[in-house]
Design a binder for this molecule. Sequence first.
Ligand code: NOJ
Length: 533
Amino acid sequence: MHPMVNPHDWYKDAVFYEVPIRSFCDGNGDGFGDFDGLISKLDYIADLGVTAVWVLPFYPSPLRDDGYDIADYHSVDSRYGDMKDFRRFVTEAHRRNLKVVTELVINHTSVDNAWFQRARMAPKGSSERDFYVWSDTAERFPEARIIFTFTEDSNWAWDEAAGAFYWHRFFSHQPDLNYDNPAVHAAVFEILDYWLSMGVDGLRLDAVPYLYVREGTNGENLPETHAFLKKLRAHVDEHFPGTMLLAEANQWPEDAVVYFGEGDESHMNYHFPLMPRLFMAAALGDRNPIQEILARTPAIPDSAQWGIFVRNHDELTLEMVTDEERAFMLKTYARDPRAPMNVGIRRRLAPLMDNDPRKIRLMLSLLFSLPGSPFLYYGDEIGMGDDLDLPDRDGVRTPMQWDASENAGFSTGPSSALYAPPISDSTYGYSSVNVAAQEADPGSLLNWVREIIAVRSRHDVFGRGIVEWLDAADSAVLAFRLSHGETSILVAINLADRAAECNLPAGFDAFTGAPVAGPTVLEGYEFRWVTAR
Ligand code: NOJ
């Protein structure tokens, strides 16, 4: 990193690794991943070359939405450990120069949360009752779409004790908080202070477009929501400078960029519309889906950064595509009738790529090349598979495959105690697909991922560069230059399963150091990074 770089901009040079604690490593043999297990694997994470760990919700929860249904915002679910373990995790991560990103799930709580239990018993019109959004009818806000289309048919649910309907954008067991109540703001700020004062470096703002609801609107991206985010950002800048806020705003580019404000809302936001187009481009062998969506993406403030991802713990969402594109994606990538889920596809990267190592590497080369900061989903670095027989999105959250021993090396407990069985089929099963085997194999996906991250990390232009598109004659080739100050890098990626020619500028191959110049043939799915001479 350049010595003059502002240390508060760390997220611009970051490579994030996403970890559901439950799935990663079980330290006490009870069948659940936990902080102890995670701490024992921090060296593995650091050795990947990533610079930040994003941990999914670990707060007490009935786990009906894998922890995004929070019953208590101030402690650790005992299955994962306790507060001392959490603090130790932060210390140990920092000791390895890894930043820690946790979740601020503030759109909704679990019905088990004491706030909700208090609200349903509290008198109508009281501040306690108004922690949530109530109605006498289930007809209000008809313009708001249903997000979990596979399980919900309304955004309202009846509560007997309250004698009223409560509003929920996700599962009916997840009532939405009421941002018109100032006491909710105070409670949220208090939670934020609580975790940030323990050294957390970044917060993912879950489901942030839906905070406010208003009559006559679809309840997404409302001006009131942005005003609240500005308030949150100002608070963070004042009390915890250097903390990164990451919006989870699954929106079209024009709406997504508004979450950066004028550099006074979130620092980061995922590029949701780009993600499915990476898969489309790979299927078509054509750069246009990628170039079009990036061309349509407005410029963002200097301090802002896109989060780039190919897969995560959710379904591969198809909300930000046209109907025609969605049909294409489903036809191409959801051939198994169990694969569609809500408006998306619940599959991991390797099965989506038919377990073809070249295609998996193509997708990961896009992840690590495109402007922004990449998010790698645990297990994708070894090409883990999924289990379509598990409910909801659990099939992409199976135990991490550490080695070929019982329980994939994930747990020393009895197999029957595991929160979910490890993948054991003949293609993706842990006896062949595991960290230990890939560490021993110089040509493995794992070692390749380590190398691409290492090379990327030597060039801050990836996280900070300005893009200039280069029109290679062959539309299979996605080519662009990233420039930052004196440095620049040329990226050329062949999206097709055939040779394609492109004209490379004079420079050096970033991997081998070999000089390159002029017309070059890229083999099918091959990519090159060329540093200027
Ligand atoms: C977004 C999370 O990524 C997802 O896993 C969760 O189900 C929803 N928020 C609702 O809580």
